[in-house]
Write a new protein. Structure first.
Length: 189
């Protein structure tokens, strides 16, 4: 029984990946282009994650400043740690960091696998700082969706289970980094 349940986890993730490959390929391509445009113009990527998505934001910032598979110069990415300040909650800390660090030409890349209610407020702060936003979410994101602007990109994973959304967010992160590397460096040998 336990082995079947474990196998089901793999099957659910694989099914989801197949399901979202086509509908997310265009917005992923647009997001990669937005990232390249911002970075090559001197902007920075502010990576933030709400709740259990915080490690995804840290991981993306590490891949951008470091590398995915190809050697390249580091790219200007900053992980916004929601617990880094004296504020009692993660969202308030992230808002303060966006206000302090965000400048026109920068991008906010926000991960929210499980709705926290704070995503929309973070987007409002980012827009006040004249940042464009790339938001990676799951299906329960109505408040956040209403705060998106026409210049923002929404990478929405249509699944109700947080674990599956997180699986897909990791794959989307790899796709973004690979597309950035392709545009900046060309195809790997």
């Amino acid at each position: 029984m336990l082995e079947q349940r474990i196998q089901q986890q793999f099957f659910e993730s694989a099914d989801l990946f197949y399901q979202v490959a086509e509908p997310l390929s265009r917005p992923l391509s647009d997001a990669a282009q937005m990232l390249v445009d911002a970075l090559t113009a001197g902007g920075r990527v502010l990576c933030a994650g709400l709740g259990t998505s915080a490690p995804d934001a840290a991981y993306l910032a590490a891949l951008l400043t470091g590398r995915l598979e190809q050697e390249r110069p580091g790219l200007a990415a900053i992980y916004l740690n929601g617990m880094a300040s004296g504020y009692g909650d993660c969202a308030s800390s992230l808002m303060r960091q966006i206000q302090t660090l965000g400048q026109p030409g920068d991008l906010l890349l926000l991960f929210e696998a499980q709705p926290s209610g704070a995503g929309a407020a973070l987007l409002q702060v980012a827009h006040a700082q004249e940042l464009c936003v790339i938001a990676l979410t799951g299906t329960h994101d109505e408040e956040l969706r209403s705060a998106l602007q026409d210049t923002d990109i929404h990478l929405r994973v249509p699944h109700s289970r947080q674990a599956r959304v997180a699986d897909a967010h990791r794959l989307l992160t790899h796709c973004l980094c690979d597309a950035i590397d392709l545009q900046l460096l060309g195809a790997a040998e």
